[in-house]
Design a protein. Sequence first.
Length: 416
Amino acid sequence: MFLYRILIALMGLGIKVASVFHPKANKWRSGRRDWKCRINAISRTHPNPIIIHCASLGEYEMARPLVRFIQNEGVEKKVVVSFFSPSGFDHAKLEPGIEKFYLPLDTPSNMNYLMSNFNPSAIIFIKYDLWFTLIDLAHKAKCNLLLVNYRPKVEDFKRWIFGGLLIDSLKKFNSIYTLTSSYKSLLQNHGLKNIDTGGDTRYGNVLFNAENIQNDPIIDEFCSKFSKIIVCGSIWKEDWEVIGKSVDRLNDWGWIIAPHDIEGGNITRIFKLVENHEFLYYTKTDTSSVHKSDARILVLNCIGKLFASYSKGDVAYVGGGFKTGLHNIIEPAAFGLPVAFGPDYGKFPEAEEFIAQRIGESIETLEQFLLFTERALSNETYRSANEIKAFLSLKAGESLEMKKSIVLQLKNQLVS
């Protein structure tokens, strides 16, 4: 742990230096300035809480079905959500009665303060973002430790310093629920116990959100002008370099595009390939200007509008498969949309399932993307909208047993 603590200290120093130049690093620091006061205030209304830790917004969306289930099943203790990233803290839509705080840097003094003030009844980590000092202190305090939606990587166990600490920390968990049975086997091969396959909670969450979707006047007005709509979510420059030229080829389509990074410079770089086309920016328009405009591209230069856009689409493309790794392909499928994505999907089991189930397609070239759009409209290659939704409902049911098991553990702990 000594080398780990040095690395954590260096990480804190690096963020401090970066905060002078980088807005995101500055936001990370500024959000934690009063973290002790925040914890003190929450602990008074939420004593001995169930802490659910999420790295960012995506992980909180995974946690939401579990949060709702815990609340609905009458678990006595209240839920508190911790975040590592500002994007999660700022944009997560919390369920009623839930409080949130920034997880401080994983130093012994910080985590001792957190544990002594909260004295949590349980800590549930979502997917990853495991902090070894917190896990060690929670284990010593006999706090129930659970890990949900875990997707271990083979290379993680081989990394210098990290690999050994990871295995030691995972052994301290009361229960670990993996996304698939192959991940369960991987952990068991490293001598870990209390492992089960829990499924992917995202399926239940996106279906719940789809049933409670609210119309957006600007998006509705834009989509009403076109017979076919393609929604491109979480797009990077590398995605657009492949599919962007299809704007000219699919010249009667309306395009809704959500860049993953909405900073102005990034949007400019993405759309340089089609700069001869007129754009509408969501935050700079209204229904009247949309009605009058001939623009075929609506850019979502804000957070929180992509999911509603999928409800208006005919087909979808999800970015990340040419750069950082695939983003959320389950969201468009919740509305019955066939979805295309780039070639870097090997670490995402949902992508492999989508291809096998004729819901999704990996593309590498413009021609493959155009063929995907043609096949998607023919209703012959891919499953129908109702069949896609039925598959998602089946997947959502897989995580129900995990949620029941977690609630039972939480209730038994409180009784004992």
